[in-house]
Design a protein around this ligand. Structure first.
Ligand SMILES: [Fe+2]
Ligand SMILES: [Fe+2]
Length: 339
């Protein structure tokens, strides 16, 4: 039944009026339902945090924790800082879920495509914070009270990412962000491996592959929207890039410090380690331009053409800026990390 609606919508797609988000989102909804299984795995097949962590019921528990702490002790300071920042970003999941449910022009029926997607996506994401949080706790390197204080504040502060409630801006943002988290977890995985922490490396690796699947899903939502409303999608994309894609943990703080300050120390550490840099930002933009075939889209209106021109020129402009950027040198002493 759903499949029939999808096929019918495919045939009708030319009839969708340019600029009508509601019609496009109605067209997308069956796709979200039908294709969900391609991008989200059945719960039964998923890894769970317990697959990686010492089991307190086992006699070997204390030895396993000791081993975990032994490798964690060798992790470089900046890497621990980045890992904590990544974990805090994952722990602010309630912010992202509530934001996704606020998107306009999407049918908000509990069993509708959009709400089912949001719930299933949230359920997968929830494992990321769970796993990393437990690792940090067991590692013995983290002041958990300071960490939890920052988590509570980050959720309380929310974020301001400039998408409004617009589905196109939202999907551009989520496509970008899922790719960025994939890069960041993947790099932490390889640095952890280099430092000898194979368990942490495995954990970050499996999280990174979840993020890659999620990125594909959000990118495909835009791919479908582009087929029926290309100019409006490009205008939304241009607007998001002009505002710059800010990170979801932009307001991250430590106790007694102003809002956002811990985030800038965290992103400095990520730059220094090469976990997430200005060059990665440009690479992600290039990937999105390629994925949505922006340079070869046809029949754009004037504003759509202008948006395309801006977007196609942007990577080179950003590269020139990135080349002039200085590497942040000073390591900050985080309250999250025991010295
Ligand atoms: Fe995640
Ligand atoms: Fe994600």
């Amino acid at each position: 039944m759903r499949l029939c609606i999808f096929v019918a919508n495919m045939q009708d797609m030319n009839a969708i009026n340019e600029g009508s988000r509601k019609e496009v989102m109605t067209y997308l909804e069956p796709f979200m339902l039908n294709e969900m299984s391609e991008y989200l795995k059945p719960v039964e097949e998923m890894w769970q945090p317990a697959d990686f962590l010492p089991d307190a019921a086992r006699d070997s528990f204390f030895q396993e924790v000791k081993d975990l702490q032994g490798s964690a002790r060798e992790l470089p300071y900046d890497l621990v800082a980045v890992l904590i920042g990544d974990t805090l970003t994952e722990e602010a999941l309630p912010t992202y879920e509530s934001w996704l449910t606020m998107v306009e022009d999407v049918e908000k029926n509990e069993q509708g495509g959009w709400m089912r997607w949001v719930r299933a996506w949230t359920a997968e994401e929830n494992r990321h914070g769970d796993l990393l949080n437990k690792y940090l706790y067991l590692s013995g390197r983290v002041n958990m009270r300071e960490f939890e204080y920052s988590t509570q504040y980050l959720i309380k502060d929310g974020f301001d990412i400039g998408t409004g409630r617009d589905p196109y801006r939202n999907f551009v943002y989520t496509s970008f962000q899922e790719l960025a988290t994939n890069v960041s977890h993947r790099r932490v995985a390889s640095l952890a491996k280099k430092s000898g922490d194979r368990l942490l490396s495995k954990m970050c690796g499996v999280i990174a592959s979840d993020e890659a699947r999620h990125a594909k899903a959000y990118m495909s939502f835009i791919t479908h929207a582009v087929k029926v409303d290309a100019s409006e999608v490009l205008i939304a994309f241009e607007d998001m890039m002009r505002k710059k894609i800010v990170m979801p943990a932009q307001f991250l703080r430590e106790s007694g410090e102003p809002q956002g300050e811990a985030f800038s120390h965290f992103s400095d550490a990520a730059q220094r380690l090469g976990v997430y840099t200005a060059l990665d930002y440009v690479d992600i933009l290039k990937d999105l331009l390629k994925e949505w075939q922006v340079d070869s889209l046809k029949d754009l209106n004037d504003a759509g053409e202008k948006a395309r021109d801006y977007l196609m020129r942007l990577p080179d402009r950003l590269l020139r800026i990135a080349e002039r950027m200085k590497m942040p040198e000073k390591t900050h002493n985080f309250k999250w990390i025991y010295s």
